[in-house]
Design a protein around this ligand. Structure first.
Ligand code: SAM
Length: 239
């Protein structure tokens, strides 16, 4: 369970509301064992000490230096799909080991998120990522960045030379190389994927200017949430 607090052996602490709810759902009882992670690496064995109506107190036991991250860092930047499709994508990307997620507002995006609504959505998606990590046993929660305008995000990226990552644009253009041919044997990869309506020509040009190389996932047009997940899975599960 995610408990974003400093943890140490012998510490007694009240779980945050989300983790406490999870303990109630699992019907754990005093004396039962559970595993905590706080995002600083590894996991902590813990024991339920006391349960109230909604509060759960646990005792932290030993630290276990277990690492569950994918061998390769794969970052996804994508035109946010609308409705619950983005929730679905965040959940699956967290399970598949994504290193970070950057939702983007593109010219042809259906979802026009800005301001306070965007902040609320970001917090919601980060919570979806936490829940996915708890469910799959991942002990580091991938950062979910604030939604940004695609062109502004591209402009703010460090220059490709020296960035130490391979940048790949998921593209339906003829001439885009098959993914497997464009991926180096190791090293971080950043994917950019379009929204439902695809990228506008000037967005594609801006991506190419920032060092993104067009790659293809085959002859079928995948949905805006399927394409980045397929690319992510191809890389994190292959290692
Ligand atoms: N009509 C849009 C177009 O032609 O671009 C379709 C966009 S598609 C639903 C959403 C995004 O998924 C695309 O912008 C692209 O980044 C990615 N994508 C979908 N299928 C792909 C494929 N077969 N290969 C590479 N990228 C793909």
């Amino acid at each position: 369970l995610h408990c974003p607090a400093p943890l140490s052996p012998g510490l007694l602490l009240a779980l945050p509301a989300g983790a406490a709810r999870h303990v109630q759902v699992l019907r754990l009882q005093p004396g039962d064992a559970l595993t905590l992670f706080n995002g600083e690496g590894g996991e902590w064995a813990a024991t339920v000490e006391r349960m109230g109506r909604s509060e759960v107190e646990v005792r932290v036991d030993a630290h276990q230096a277990v690492e569950r991250e994918a061998a390769r860092a794969v970052h996804l930047a994508l035109g946010m799909p609308a409705n619950e499709r983005m929730d679905w994508l965040v959940e699956k990307a967290a399970e598949l080991g994504v290193a970070s997620l950057q939702p983007l507002l593109a010219e042809r995006s259906v979802l026009r998120l800005k301001g306070e609504r965007a902040e609320k959505k970001q917090a919601h998606w980060q919570a979806v990522a936490v829940a996915a990590c708890e469910q799959c046993g991942r002990n580091r929660v991938p950062p979910l960045h604030a939604p940004q305008d695609l062109l502004a995000w591209l402009r703010a990226l460090p220059a490709a030379a020296g960035a130490g990552e391979t940048r790949l644009l998921l593209s339906l253009r003829s001439g885009a190389a098959p993914l497997a041919q464009a991926v180096p044997a190791a090293g971080p990869v950043r994917f950019l994927s379009g929204p439902e309506g695809g990228l506008a020509p000037q967005e594609e040009e801006a991506a190419l200017a920032q060092g993104f190389v067009p790659v293809s996932l085959g002859a079928r047009t995948l949905r805006a949430e399927t394409a980045p997940l397929a690319a992510l899975a191809a890389l994190t599960l292959a290692a």
